[in-house]
Each structure stands twice: as C-alpha cells, then as structure tokens.
Design a protein around this ligand. Sequence first.
Ligand SMILES: *Cc1c(COP(=O)(O)O)cnc(C)c1O
Length: 374
Amino acid sequence: MIPILDSKRQYQQIANELEPAVLEVMRSGSYIMGKNCHALEEELAKYIGTNYAVVLNSGTDALHLALRALDIGADDEVISTAFTFVATSESIGIVGAKPVFVDINPDTFNIDASKIEAAITPKTKAIIPVHLYGQPCDMDVIMEIAKKHNLYVIEDCCQAIGAEYKGKKVGTFGDVGCYSFYPTKNLGTMGDGGACVLNNEKLKDRIIALRNHGGAVRYHHDEIGVNSRLDEIQAAILRVKLPYVDEWNKQRRAHAQKYNELFASNADIETPKELNNTYCVYHQYTVKVPNRDAVHKLLQENGIGAMIYYPIPLHLQKVHEKYNFKEGMLPNTEKDTKLVLSLPMFAEITEEEQETVAKTLIECVEKAKDCVCA
Ligand SMILES: *Cc1c(COP(=O)(O)O)cnc(C)c1O
C-alpha cells in the first residue's frame, strides 16, 4: 500500500527534536498563547516576508477573521473559486456575505483571472484567490483588477506555504494571507492551527482582538469575537518544523519532476502545468485522466492511495442551495472535477514508490478504457 501521505515518516525523521519541544511545553505550565506562539508569529512573518503574522486555531478561522477584520459582511459579495476546499466559501458564508464563483483556468486549476472583472458588481468587496495544490495564482493580474475596482484581496494560501510568484511568497500580495497548519498541509502540526500574515498594523490588531473574544485588553470586549487562540504544543511543533519547509518543498518539486518524466510518453495522463515565474510547492500532484472514477477504483484495489480533490464543486454543494447556482455555470470547473486525481505526494516518498504508482496508474488507465465498472 502506498498512501497519498505518510505523516509518520516525517515524524520519525525529526522525533528527536519534536519530543523535547513538546515535553518542555508540558513541563512549563504555559499552554495557550505563550512564548512559543509569540516566537512562531515572528518566525512566520520573517519566513513569509510580511510585517506581522497572527497565529490562530485554523485556516478556516484565518479566512473568516480576515473577512471580519476588513468589515465584510451581509449584503457584500466576495469573488472566489468553486474548485477548492469548502472552507474557502464557508468563511464567506460565516460573515454573512455571498460567494460569487468565477471559473478556473484548466491549466492551473486556479481562478481564471481574465474572468474576474465580469463578475464584479457594486456589492463586490473582495477577491479570495486560492493557490490550489500549491500552485500560485496569477497575482499580477488579480492585484491590478483589485486596485482598479478598489477591492480587498485575501489570499487562501492554505495549500501553498513557501510557494512563490515572481520571487515573492504567496500571502504577501493581498491585504491578508491565510495559512492552515492542518496535519496534511505542507507545514502541518499535530492538531489544528492556522495564521494570517499581513503588513497593516491596524488590521493585525483587529485580528488579534477578534481571535480572543473581541477585545485587545483582557476582560474588555469591543465586539463579538471568537476563541481562535493557538496552543503552545502546536506552536512548539510548528517552530521545529518551519526550518524544514523549504527542504521538504524542494523534495516535493523533485518528486513532481519525476512523475512528469514517468508519464511523459503517456498520451492519456495529463500532468500538472506550472505558470511562468512561479515556484509551485506541490501540496498535491494532480493529473487528469479519462474514466477517472474507474481509474480511481482500480488504483485503490491495487494499493495506491490516490484521492479526488474535490469531487463536488462548491457552487453545486447543498450548503449554497439558496443561491440557486446552476450546473453548467462553471464549465471548466465542472469538467475538471470529473477528471482530477491526486497521486501520493510527500517529501519522504521514495523513487521506487513513485515508479510503482506510475506503473500502476498507466495500467489502470488502460484497463479502465474497456471496463464499465464506474
Ligand atoms: C485546508 C484548507 C483550508 C482550511 O484550513 P483548516 O486549517 O482545515 O481550517 C482552507 N482552504 C484551503 C484551500 C485548504 O486546503
């Protein structure tokens, strides 16, 4: 069995650093928003290249508190993509705003920047580009549109820590960059975690207040906030791991290159493309294949842990039923939803495992051609 991700291998590599760090927190008696959280905020801001980082409980909170801090709410519209994890549009819903979905560019799976302007209305307040699978969005075009129409930009970087667009890290282009440290992400902790990164001091203070019951001063509450504090154990784990992220991303890129070579002579398997001037960090390595559901089933039967991210585009999810979004509205999104397949991808995967994955996939694509199994 080759899993899509094997978190234990990473743990075994750095257990000798992780275990004392966690033990130290347990012995310290300081468990929430202590010295590790504050140090992590500085280290993260420095790594990304922003003035500030605010650590939070999750990537979902990073998105929704960024929207809250920018005063986006009822009657506002936020432009984003339907080809993403539900948390992106959920965060728009949490603040009471309406998600407006723009189709994807099928080469990158990211929002098609050339289609954004047509979706802007007088109610539009912000754009949330999602750097899906670790591939940066076309930020020059998006920032130009945002400037022209006076819109905020909140980058969903949950799958893209370390990714770069024209030599600058994602999360540094818009008003706020949002990160998740969910265990499966490129920088994952051993529980939940997230962060906002940003340059604006006032906005930073607002997010800090919102994460702790809407007050900057203890027991003084200015607005309805949430409890989205990070705990010291997660922060200590993230501080051990952060210095390794660049190396792990480099390994992911080498594995992507290896897969590309293994599939190069196969006409049925479409390998992922990269935009010029980007540094993709391959949170997922996602191919497009014909008869995808049959191929997926055959792969699973053959011990390959491939996954479909994501099987239902967000505009067709029940949660957005009230907006009456129709099938056919986002043709590229809907088409690719039926073709994508993410293959095993993690820094520690071996060349031999990759070869097995590739060989098995090629066989399964062939087999699925004359099978009526899905
Ligand atoms: C994981 C993820 C989120 C949410 O992050 P959590 O930490 O799980 O709340 C949001 N957007 C995208 C694109 C993600 O992959």
